[in-house]
Design a protein around this ligand. Structure first.
Ligand code: A3P
Length: 315
């Protein structure tokens, strides 16, 4: 959908910049908003009516969204589908948990979300400060996942390079230039430090509202985080379920190797353009060492020290 005149004049008043792959972005309410989601975002802000039972997964892109969607879907729907009949076996998790700004509000300003199965699961890459008021003011739950920014940068760059081959927006910036922009917070949905801090602080202020997870913890001890998520969303595993090994079964179903090797994720396409396989690259912690220099890591350390010191958030 194109922008209305009012939205067009809003856009003209905003600072604009291209992402590392040439994607046009504008700075809206403090964050770098891909211009193609400006209209869906405004519609979401205006029209979204949260329910207390909603669960919203939030993340910076390439922090583990695909994985957390699979886990959340499996936890919430564990009584609807036995593991060996999980929809995840035939459907990519992005089609099971809809993105608010990249899907729900892209075709309609006020989509009918009444029939989304309860509890409704949504995802967003939006920073906390631009979420619809209704979502903030309701009792709905937000599960946030973050990741070491060096790994996240490497993951995002690979993703954009692959996407670029199918649908180029422009020239891809050289690695060093893209990294410098990233450190300065210039990337889709960035600055990442502000994104992280928004949700981190909210999780401290209101731990019943926001659960803050780290990709690295999930990798190290998935069972513990699966139980934590289930408790947080009000669906704790019973003793019988734990004894029956359901927590482990869900972790295994959602593991990188299992999901990557499914036919749907080898050959399927997401939102008409992005191949599902692009969402599964390596799934490693610390892969940045294979792509970035020690000097770049040092630069990131300085950025994190400047932005996160005193927050209690350690990445
Ligand atoms: P890498 O590129 O480092 O491999 P997002 O889902 O937010 O787009 O993040 C994608 C990153 O998560 C990619 O990281 C991808 O490989 C990794 N990933 C996807 N599914 C995963 C899973 N089930 N377990 C662990 N990592 C996963």
């Amino acid at each position: 959908m194109s922008l209305s005149m009012e939205e067009e004049s809003l856009l003209q008043s905003l600072e604009q910049q291209r992402n590392w792959d040439g994607l046009p972005m504008c700075k809206y309410q403090g964050f770098w908003c891909p211009i193609f989601i400006l209209r869906p975002l405004l519609s979401f802000q205006r029209n979204f009516k949260a329910r207390d039972s909603d669960i919203v997964l939030a993340s910076v892109p390439k922090s583990g969204t695909t994985w957390l969607k699979a886990l959340l879907f499996s936890i919430v729907n564990r009584n609807n589908f036995p593991i060996d009949q999980s929809p995840l076996l035939t459907t990519n998790s992005h089609k099971l948990v809809f993105s608010l700004e990249c899907f729900c509000y892209t075709k309609h300003d006020n989509p009918d979300l009444e029939n989304v199965p309860q509890p409704r699961l949504f995802s967003t890459h939006l920073p906390l400060q631009v979420l619809a008021n209704s979502l903030i003011n309701s009792k709905c739950k937000i599960v946030y996942i973050c990741r070491n920014p060096l790994d996240q940068f490497v993951s995002e760059r690979h993703f954009l390079l692959k996407k670029q081959r199918d649908k180029p927006y422009g020239e891809m910036l050289p690695l060093e230039e893209a990294f410098e922009l990233f450190c300065n917070g210039v990337h889709a949905f960035g600055p990442f430090c502000d994104h992280l801090l928004g949700y981190w602080n909210a999780s401290l202020e209101n731990p019943d509202k926001v659960l803050f997870l780290k990709y690295e913890d999930l990798k190290r001890d998935p069972l513990s985080d699966v139980k934590k998520i289930a408790e947080f969303v009000g669906l704790p595993f019973s003793e019988e379920e734990e004894k029956a090994g359901l927590v482990g079964e869900i972790s295994k179903l959602c593991s990188f190797d299992k999901l990557r090797d499914l036919e749907v994720n080898k050959t399927g396409v997401h939102a008409g353009t992005v191949k599902n396989k692009f969402f599964y690259r390596k799934g490693d912690v610390g892969d940045w060492v294979n792509h970035l220099t020690p000097e770049m890591a040092e630069r990131m350390k300085e950025v994190l020290e400047a932005k996160l010191t005193g927050s209690g958030l350690v990445l």
